[in-house]
Design a protein around this ligand. Structure first.
Ligand code: GLN
Length: 449
């Protein structure tokens, strides 16, 4: 059914870069055979799933939506996709993204622009726009995305689905193509909080292959999903600074309505100030490009990926390969990052941004002394028109205002649908939890849903 749906919708949606129909059917038949033989099946047995095309899949093209990896077939499997296979999931394909996960609309993909299923003249958000659109349009049941500054939560908000960024280190990054390693985290998309929780159960856990992986006990994330919060004494803090100038009035109203509903469900509502929240975007746009400039140095035409034929010496092979292989936004970020890390500017930019990052973390620590969960809108607007922001990178960057601080502090965050604007476009509510308190986060999200 998922494959039929993909065939019918892809000409308009373009959520997938690669559809793995053959392999999906084999995986599904393997599950059937297990059931017939009375063998035990995994928690995702037979569930069609989409995987963002920046996670390595052995033998299956992994492009990162970049020309530089157009023909890259990984010789190894990422930890998350290994875990999916162990749980019996059926991978239907690799989903579209902004090149190297840099962007907020999927318009930076070198191959195609994904449409928002609610209005195909609009973007699905990004960078995990393909994964969000595929779940919203029922091309698959759940999907995986990656979130460095909001790339799971913002597209979830634009597409009216649930999207979660776990605590940094909860899900292994082994086999995830690196963008900004201190911020990148893989997480689930689903059409319900419960689906997202089930997928998180399957992918979370310590991995010796990832040096930043946390050695912690993984609870059952579906265990706490109760219809209300009565008697739980949960304190929910509204981040004051995320309301005000620049926030679409319809988003403002829907999110305030959701907060009132949380109160009815039994949460105690507080108003909290995070005064340094607004420095998230400027510090992120130093730190993320700096890490990206180092991570992307590996695409030199030597070991794998594209090699430009227009070169007569080693240096010109590097430069012509990178000139031909990377798109505009990726080049912009490599240049910003290289500049920020260069001698003479390092202290003024990179070091300063790291100090600001610490201050933002402190704001969250202070807030979490008073409350258990923080709430804000996920994005300042609903889905914008394709082409609307593509020539204005700064206005594109500002779309991640509310999500970026969460990555800088390494915290878990989730976006859940909380209504529609007058154009019929979905609005997202962001909930932010304490480190490793995904259980609480999912509990509040579930009760609201
Ligand atoms: N939109 C942000 C960026 O362009 C975040 C991307 C992400 O989370 N991968 O960097």
């Amino acid at each position: 059914e998922a494959l039929d749906r993909i065939q019918a919708l892809e000409p308009k949606l373009h959520s997938f870069l690669t559809v793995t129909a053959q392999q999906a059917l084999e995986q599904a038949r393997a599950v059937d055979a297990k059931i017939a033989a009375g063998e035990e099946i995994g928690i995702l047995a037979g569930i069609p799933i989409g995987v963002k095309d920046n996670m390595c899949t052995k033998g299956i093209r992994t492009t990162c939506a970049s020309k530089i990896l157009e023909n890259f077939i990984p010789p190894y499997e990422s930890t998350v996709t290994q875990k999916l296979a162990q749980a019996g999931a059926v991978t239907v394909g690799k989903t579209n993204l902004d090149e190297f996960a840099m962007g907020s609309s999927t318009e930076n993909s070198a191959y195609q622009t994904t449409a928002n299923p609610w209005d195909i003249s609009r973007v699905p958000g990004g960078s995990s726009g393909g994964s969000a659109a595929a779940v919203a349009a029922e091309e698959c049941v759940v999907s995986l995305g990656s979130d460095t500054g909001g790339s799971i939560r913002q597209p979830a908000s634009f597409c009216g689905v649930v999207g979660m960024k776990p605590t940094y280190g909860l899900v292994s990054r082994y086999g995830l193509v690196a963008y900004a390693s201190s911020l990148d985290q893989i997480g689930p998309f689903g059409r319900s909080v419960e689906d997202a929780a089930i997928l998180l159960n399957a992918i979370a856990g310590y991995d010796p292959q990832d040096s930043t992986s946390l050695k912690v006990e993984i609870p059952d994330y579906t265990a706490n999903l109760t219809p209300d919060l009565k008697g739980k004494k949960l304190k929910v803090g509204v981040i004051k600074e995320t309301f005000g100038e620049g926030l679409d009035p319809e988003v403002d109203a829907a999110v305030k309505n959701a907060i009132a509903q949380l109160e009815t469900l039994g949460a105690e509502i507080h108003y909290i100030s995070c005064p340094r929240f607004r420095y998230g975007v400027p510090s992120y746009y130093i730190i993320a490009p700096s890490e990206a400039s180092a991570n992307l140095a590996r695409y030199d035409g030597v070991k794998y990926g594209l090699r430009s034929p227009d070169a007569d010496n080693l240096l010109s092979m590097y430069t012509s390969t990178r000139a031909a292989g990377f798109g505009t936004e990726v080049k912009r970020r490599i240049m910003i990052g290289t500049y920020a890390l260069s001698a003479g500017y390092y202290d003024a930019y990179y070091l300063k941004a790291q100090k600001v990052r610490t201050l933002i973390k402190e704001d969250f620590e202070t807030a979490f002394q008073q409350v258990d969960i923080l709430v804000s809108p996920t994005a300042p607007t609903t889905a914008f028109q394709a082409g609307e922001k593509i020539t204005d990178p700064l206005s594109m960057y500002l779309n991640d205002l509310m999500t970026i601080p969460v990555n800088l502090a390494g915290l878990p965050g989730i976006s859940i649908p909380c209504g529609f604007d007058s154009k019929g476009l979905p609005i997202g509510l962001q909930l932010i939890g304490k480190v490793l308190r995904e259980d609480q986060l999912l509990q509040v999200a579930y009760s609201y849903e």
